[in-house]
Design a protein around this ligand. Structure first.
Ligand code: ATP
Length: 469
């Protein structure tokens, strides 16, 4: 029983001993004793579960058999805790990965390639948890093996940390929500798949063994009367219950030896078809709470029906040609993944380019505003003022010339420019030179002005000539 159940003062309604579980109330009309390979008491840890039932399955996986482990049970019964665990009680993810990479390190005469993928089935839609952009995947048969898979991203992993990194990355986007029964209730079924390819290091063209290990955390069945779900949670709950009910039907059909098995009725059963009646060794972990009657009963009943399902398992060996094909497929997949990443990068670069272009445009506008301001300032200053101040003028000047910045020589140097600096007295020859230069400057001005204002050239030349006299 978990903290919430203890805090709510719930009673223990089930008894557990060795490999049996039965209802504490003997008078219950369901007073059946359910017997399994193992029944773990509530004091047991994930490591106890792993050591007893999971490790042998992982051993088979490493020998080349497909394997599937799924956690099944009502909402809040501890499925995610079993698969993910916590710091003090590591989950199957961590324990399986430790075993796998320890095995790989020990086998010096073998070469391995290990990949992993992580998907969720949410409201009957398959989403890639390792690649956010890869959503709504379709299920396909592959390699003439009647296996089904979807084009999820496969990440190459070569140590435990990388497996955990991928798992944590996927968990960040897995659909989880708070319900009345569980603060972090899984709203989707997840499948973490490890693909192991191995071959003899000394045989160049030797056979390749390939096997799949699926670690599944199913969403929990839930009763609306207990969860009080509404809106989106209600829709999710309905989808979860529906897919679990299809799973129950498939198990029943398999256990009754029916010819037609309704795998196609849900995405979950289609993806699980290998694990249920196909080429895989499967382990079902039924999670229950001892504090509920009816909901808890449904789990041992389901688990019991799976016991009669017979799978046909064999080691998967790829021929040399298939290995090559597999290699090409891997290469294509890697390239596709890299292409996708590049496309995302390009998009980002394009975005930054757009931002740069906008910035350039903004700076250009600023420059032109400053330019206009400077032009305006120079337009308001008589163009020749400075030049003429350098040599000054003799005698009186006409009002027009004065407006252009000319001044009588007797006023030279201008008071406002004296600023404490002593000016050189103007010599007679200097004046002659200055006058000659002034005339040439004015002639230049006239030429320029005439060019620009050809219509008014006569008036202007006259006025300039007048002002010089
Ligand atoms: N064996 C355990 N030891 C300690 N805490 C546990 C154990 N099992 C479950 N819990 C706690 O109970 C709560 C519900 O567990 P968990 O989320 O694993 O349930 P679940 O079956 O995955 O639920 P859902 O189907 O709603 O996702 C969590 O807070 C979890 O930490």
């Amino acid at each position: 029983m978990i903290h919430r159940e203890v805090a709510d003062g719930l009673e223990r309604l089930w008894n557990v001993r060795v490999n049996c579980i039965w209802e504490a109330d003997e008078s219950s009309r369901h007073g059946e004793v359910y017997i399994f390979d193992h029944v773990f008491k509530q004091e047991c840890t994930n490591s106890d579960v792993y050591g007893s039932v999971v490790k042998p399955l992982v051993d088979s996986f490493m020998e080349g058999f497909n394997a599937t482990i799924f956690a099944y049970g009502q909402t809040s019964s501890g499925k995610t805790h079993t698969i993910l665990g916590n710091k003090t009680d590591p989950g199957l993810f961590q324990l399986v990965s430790n075993q796998l990479f320890q095995h790989v390190a020990d086998q010096v005469d073998k070469r391995y390639l290990i990949r992993c993928s992580y998907i969720e089935i949410y409201n009957e839609k398959i989403n890639d948890l390792l690649d956010k952009s890869n959503q709504g995947l379709t299920i396909r048969r592959y390699q003439r093996r009647y296996q089904r898979k979807c084009a999820a991203m496969e990440a190459v992993v070569d140590n435990v940390d990388k497996v955990m990194e991928n798992m944590m990355q996927g968990n960040k986007i897995r659909r989880v929500a708070a319900t009345r029964m569980n603060e972090r209730s899984s709203r989707s079924h997840t499948i973490f798949r490890i693909i192991l390819e191995s071959k003899d290091a000394n045989q160049k063209d030797g056979p390749v063994h390939i096997s799949y290990l699926n670690l599944m955390d199913l969403a929990g069945s839930e009763r609306v009367s207990l969860t009080k779900a509404a809106g989106e949670r209600l829709k999710e709950g309905a989808n979860i219950n529906k897919s679990l009910s299809v799973l129950g039907n498939v198990i029943r059909q398999l256990s009754e030896g029916k010819e037609f098995i309704s795998y196609r009725d849900s995405k979950l059963t289609r993806l699980l078809s290998q694990a249920l009646g196909g080429n895989a060794k499967s382990l079902i972990i039924g999670n229950v709470t001892l504090a509920a009657e009816e909901e808890t009963r449904s789990t041992p009943e389901f688990a019991q029906s799976t016991k009669t399902v017979k799978n046909k398992t064999k080691v998967n060996i790829l021929s040399a040609t298939e290995e090559t094909l597999q290699g090409y497929q891997n290469l294509t997949r890697d390239l596709e993944t890299r292409l996708k990443k590049q496309a995302i990068k390009l998009k980002e670069m394009d975005k930054s380019k757009q931002e740069y272009l906008l910035e350039i445009e903004r700076l250009k506008t600023e420059v032109s505003i400053v330019g206009r301001f400077q032009m305006g300032a120079s337009a308001s200053t008589p163009k020749k003022t400075l030049r003429r101040h350098t040599f000054g003028h003799y005698g009186n000047v006409s009002p027009k010339k004065a407006s252009l910045g000319y001044m009588p020589l007797k006023n030279y140097p201008p008071k406002e420019e004296s600023s404490g600096r002593e000016m050189r007295p103007i010599q007679e020859e200097t004046y002659e030179e200055a006058l000659a230069e002034a005339e040439s400057v004015i002639a230049e001005d006239v030429q320029v002005y005439l060019k620009d204002n050809s219509k008014n050239w006569k008036n202007l030349s006259m006025s300039l000539e007048n002002s010089l006299n």
